[in-house]
Design a protein around this ligand. Sequence first.
Ligand code: F6P
Length: 349
Amino acid sequence: MKKRIAILTGGGDCPGLNAVIRAIVRRSILFHDYEVLGILEGWKGMLEAISVPLDLEKVSGILQRGGTILKTSRTNPFKQQGGLEKVKENFAALDLHALIAAGGEDTLGVASRLHQEGLNLIGVPKTIDNDLYGTDYTFGFDTAVNTAMEAIDRVHSTAESHNRVMVVEVMGRHTGWIAVEAGIAGGADLILIPEKPIDVDNACELIKKRHARGRDFSIVVVAEGAKFSEKHQEEGKLILQDRALDEFGHVHLGGIGNVLAKAIEKRTGYETRVVILGHVQRGGSPTAFDRILGTRFGIKAVDLVHAGDFGKMVSLQGNKIVAVPLSEATARIKTVDEELYGIAEAFFG
Ligand code: F6P
């Protein structure tokens, strides 16, 4: 009797998920002779036992497609009455040997708890935010950075033509990875991130200094989770799109760019405009880096199943794919590296 394994994708989608699914299916069928099921819509699919069989045909031609063929949700089984029991029941009813979950801190946090409950779980780190602890990079991040960089390149010419300050707001939740990497790559004149509360007076001095040097325009990249420092709290606290929390307790961020633009215009007198990139960063075809990383993660995840090495997350460390305990990877988030921010700062003003 063949062993049966399943895959699910949870949380916000990102480019590269289909590369992971394709690699898992091919490795499972061709190397280990497993049967593979796709669980639909993340943990919601495990609560409701909604699955589809996956074969080589189903994963053919999906490598370059963004999103996830398995769909996703932000469902948290631990927030549902009897959710844990339901997941355990369906794990048994679907006759699963193991489940591979691709997701960020929330999805993998659930995977970690389910492993502690005795289920065979493996995690694959996915998020455009790159904020998962225990891996140098998550897949999806590189594509988001490239999309944001291209947007920054494009606003440069219009900023220059109009002598304007352009504020570009990027995603990243409570970390500034996208802002820092896209900002460095796009030649931003100022990058503001959640890890460093914004001293808006200082920020404006840097912009004025640049303009005094004869550069009549500036590009400011701000991460959605950034907020003003204490002395300017009233002007720019953490900006939320709404107050409702999702099932993992997260607020819906977005809009700090507008507040920042007003503050800059008021202090400098320079005309300022805002671009909020939003979900554009999550869409589209994955970069080569994300396709390759997703593929390497998928292969390693199946090999861990084969080795019976459960409760692990596949991870990129240096240039090697390794396995780290899910419990460690989900214990905290990975914030922006000081040294990297220092490199960005060398180009401010
Ligand atoms: O975690 C990925 C992410 O895109 C964050 O950068 C952002 O804050 C959040 O998801 C947006 O979530 P939603 O898709 O639910 O609006």
